[in-house]
Unconditional design. Sequence first.
Length: 289
Amino acid sequence: MIGVTEKLVSGAQQRRRLRVVQRGLMQGTHPTFVSPSLAKICRSENCEIVMKAMKPTEEASAVFSLGMTLLIVAIMWSVSSWGYYALVDALALERGYDQAPMRFSGYYLMWSVVAAAAFWSVLSSRLTLSLVTGDLRMLLIALSIFGTYVAVILPLLPEVSVELAPLNPPEFMFASAWYYLPKSTDILFQQVLISAMVFSAARTKIGLPAISLGMAILFGGFHLLLALEGFTALYVIRFTIAASIFGLFVPYLYLRTRYGFRWAYGLHWSFYAVDATITHFMLGAPSWL
């Protein structure tokens, strides 16, 4: 009998709270807190006015979160790029990746950790322990394959000619295999930023085509900044087009495939391997000539 009485009292209290919320909404004010139990009662009693008030609040929060994500990504991208060139100047280097591979590998690994921590609330909802360990295992295998290619196969290709190279050539044209060690952590950093933007956009219920178009514009637009570093128009256009195409497809990889990170990282890294190979053939000459 006591248990029944307690349930009746509890139910009466929740209904009183519900009426308070309803009156507040009728007067144009929004509830500051709606408990799960109250929301459950609301649904059971078809309290549409409360549920409609909760939905815009959730959508507004997701949109605000996306805006903050884009802002933080832009800041991290800009500051990390500025920091790289500042370190190159401080160390009096001509080619940072190639001449100080361990230092810059650690530099971009640090940025990867910072970015993952900053966007953990977004990334953690998509991660499981088995998925992370699987990604790390596949990452090591992929890096072993890529490393073997740039260390063994790439040096066998025609060497890039100084006469045929542009006046301000990108670093990879005359780089050794060590160049690709910091490039691997640089790509990791970029993938953390990309995944954070994609998952944040998905939270706002934006459709996949719209997210893909947005990523193509953003990722391609970031690469237009290469023009400010003095690179040739052909180089900037080539990388911008490639980044735009990649940005167009990467949301599908992250949102529609089970192993999105593996596919995205592998394709991202592969572009540099393919581009370096083509460059050696186009701007190089066989050693016997």
